[in-house]
Design a protein around this ligand. Structure first.
Ligand code: HEC
Length: 221
């Protein structure tokens, strides 16, 4: 009897140890999975925040640009370092007369950083737009310690003003916004479920064309 009691007690103890072990293991699993799951929503939110995509192209913004508003921004934010008159002196930054369309580092009498001087090609409207959004991102290592103009229309206004200081280049024609939006809307619709009918209609139309094409030679003969 004594022996059996010990055996029973032994099994009971072993069972308890096994149960404890299981709970530790499963507890460990749950503890590890929680932080991982909590991380996902954060990523999703970041992914959806593609606000930059919504910025109108520079050509569209230039077409709506307000030169007087650009001059006000220029006077407030740029004149500490720049002059923009013909033959004006360089300051902390180079004179900007005629800079639109000119080469990067367009003044031979200003000591540019390599970051700017080494960039090939002219200061196009696009390049200026990117530059003024963030000089540091456009030309890492630039001497222009200006944070940038975050408002896209502010940038277009300043560029339009700068263009009027000796460059006077024609603005690029803006893409027709109405048409673009229609195209985009149609593109999205095709990806959805709804347009099965539309596709069928398109096929029918093609079929009709093909029939017409087949019919034409017959008529010609
Ligand atoms: C704190 C001084 C400072 C301010 C403010 C500043 N700039 Fe500059 N800018 C510079 C310097 C310095 C350079 C030369 C950059 C280099 O060589 O890396 C420069 C270069 C430029 C260039 C390129 C010129 C060329 O010949 O290639 C443009 C265009 C320009 N700035 C426009 C502006 C405009 C527009 C503003 C206002 C929105 C502005 N900057 C504000 C200092 C400044």
């Amino acid at each position: 009897m004594q022996d059996r009691t010990n055996t029973i007690a032994g099994w009971a103890l072993a069972g308890a140890v096994a149960a404890l072990g299981l709970s530790i293991v499963s507890g460990g699993i749950f503890v590890e999975t929680h932080p991982e799951k909590e991380g996902y929503p954060v990523e999703a939110v970041e992914g959806e925040g593609g606000g930059e995509d919504a910025i109108a192209p520079i050509a569209t913004r230039l077409a709506e640009a307000d030169v007087a508003a650009g001059e006000a921004i220029y006077k407030g934010k740029c004149t500490a370092c720049h002059t923009d008159t013909q033959g004006g002196a360089n300051g902390l930054g180079p004179n900007l007369w005629g800079v639109v369309g000119a080469a990067h580092g367009h003044r031979s009498d200003f000591a540019y950083s390599d970051a700017v001087a080494s960039i090939e090609g002219p200061w196009s409207f696009d390049a200026l737009d990117e530059w003024l959004e963030s000089p540091r991102r456009y030309a890492p290592g630039t001497k222009m310690t200006f944070a940038g103009l975050s408002d896209p229309q502010d940038r277009a206004n300043v560029i339009a003003y700068l263009n009027a200081q000796g460059s006077n280049l024609p603005f690029p024609p803006p893409p027709a916004p109405a048409e673009e939006e229609t195209e985009a809307a149609e593109g999205e619709a095709v990806e959805g479920d709804a347009p099965a009918g539309e596709e069928a209609a398109a096929e029918e139309a093609e079929g009709a064309e093909a029939t017409a094409n087949e019919a034409a030679p017959a008529e010609a003969e």
